[in-house]
Design a protein around this ligand. Structure first.
Ligand SMILES: NC(=O)c1ccc[n+]([C@@H]2O[C@H](COP(=O)([O-])OP(=O)(O)OC[C@H]3O[C@@H](n4cnc5c(N)ncnc54)[C@H](O)[C@@H]3O)[C@@H](O)[C@H]2O)c1
Length: 382
């Protein structure tokens, strides 16, 4: 019998649902020493939290996250609330000796993230940040190919994350579902929200970023604020593009916007190496495009690898159905929980932990600083 691991989740929005689904499914598909138990859901509205608890099977409800953290029957705190709450909750949870699974971005900025790292390293609580794209099998597979040296020396890294949902000037900022437009809740716009994903994947696949040169734009400068009812200045970046130099000498371009009409969540990356190239696209997340210069000339071309093979060749896939049948977005969270639980059992933390995720924070800070100053910015910590 797997040992119960009692989860207290804070926030029941998009990520609250994605994580709850992962906790429910993980032991059906992975053999693990631990089994997450949906012990308590915490949110400001008791009625909404109760409704969520009923729908997803949580045993109890809290409306004050401090009470949740103080509960003796909670082993792990899962932080699924807007970015401005991450640090306070994570630091309190670490002092209470709880394991912490924190949504991305780790923090509002590098210095705040640094305090979170210090807290978990002092209290030695297991900690992880939900950069879930690392666990999309095609992306994990890309990492394997790079680590095997199949691309050789890397010359270029190119990433984009495009959306179009904030084009209307009538869209307010702040409050439920629209906190991403409020700089006080989000910390930044597309940089911390979308580019943070691209940066995390890039650091994982291609190593540290040394310097960046960025431009940002806020296309709609004023919006009604849902919390005050007044029209207020918009403090987030609506779009951001930056150049980067990696420590390994490769050059990169990153772009993100919420103003790319027609695109909903188009996260793509391409990596060009001396021997081979790879490309991935979230809209077709089960395929990895691969070009190998070693191929016989007349047959050489981009292959589209359907990452569904079993027998250990394609990461995570032997846990699911049969070769050829694909899985989806939600499974990346199941994989992340599985790796977290395996990490606890083996005493080897699943990445990214807080310290690893802090690297992304430092890149975001350098990007925003460069956009402000118009100068190249060095990334702290590298
Ligand atoms: N890993 C990913 O791919 C991914 C995807 C989406 C969001 N996230 C991250 O997850 C966290 C939560 O995002 P989400 O999309 O689930 O948000 P959401 O708006 O869907 O849900 C937020 C939850 O926080 C609660 N909340 C507490 N204080 C709030 C406040 N002041 N304003 C608004 N809501 C408040 C809401 O009631 C709700 O339960 C964020 O840090 C976000 O960056 C990560």
């Amino acid at each position: 019998m797997a040992k119960p691991l009692n989860v207290g989740m804070i926030g029941y929005g998009f990520m609250g649902r994605a994580h709850s689904n992962a906790y429910i499914k993980v032991n059906h598909f992975f053999d693990l020493e631990h089994r997450p138990v949906l012990k308590a859901i915490c949110a400001r509205s008791a009625d909404k939290a109760k409704a969520f608890a009923e729908q997803w099977g949580y045993e109890s409800v809290e409306t004050d996250w401090r009470k949740l953290i103080a509960r003796k029957d909670i082993d792990a705190i899962d932080i699924c609330v807007p970015n401005n709450f991450h640090a306070e909750i994570a630091i309190a949870a670490s002092h209470a000796g709880k394991m912490i699974l924190c949504e991305k971005p780790l923090s509002m900025n590098g210095p705040e993230g640094q305090k979170m790292v210090e807290a978990v390293e002092k209290t030695k609580v297991p900690n992880m940040v939900w950069y879930n794209y690392r666990r999309v099998p095609a992306v994990t597979f890309a990492k394997r190919l790079i680590d095997e040296g199949r691309l050789g020396r890397i010359f270029h890294y190119r990433a984009k994350f495009l959306q179009d949902w904030t084009i209307s000037a009538d869209l307010p900022q702040g409050g439920t579902a629209l906190w991403r437009l409020d700089v006080a809740a989000a910390g930044s716009g597309v940089t911390g929200d979308l580019l943070a994903h691209c940066i995390d994947t890039a650091l994982w696949l291609n190593g540290n970023v040394a310097t960046v040169n960025a431009m940002t734009e806020t296309f709609i400068r004023e919006r009604k604020h849902n919390l005050t009812g007044k029209v207020e200045k918009v403090g987030i970046d609506d779009a951001c593009a930056f150049l980067a130099r990696f420590a390994n000498g490769s050059l990169a371009t990153f772009e993100s916007t919420r103003y790319a009409r027609g695109h909903k969540a188009l996260y793509t990356f391409e990596i060009n190496g001396e021997k081979a190239s790879i490309a991935w696209d979230l809209h077709d997340l089960h395929r990895l495009q691969y070009f190998d210069h070693k191929d016989e000339g007349k047959l050489r071309g981009w292959r589209s690898i359907h990452v569904t093979d079993h027998g250990g060749d394609h990461p995570y896939m032997d846990k699911w159905w049969v070769p050829g049948l694909q899985i989806g977005y939600e499974h990346s969270f199941v994989h992340q929980v599985a790796d977290f639980l395996e990490g606890i059992a083996k005493g080897k933390p699943a990445m990214p932990d807080f310290r690893d995720a802090l690297r992304t924070q430092h890149v975001c800070d350098a990007v925003l600083n460069s956009a402000k100053t118009g100068q190249w910015s060095k990334v702290a910590g590298d």
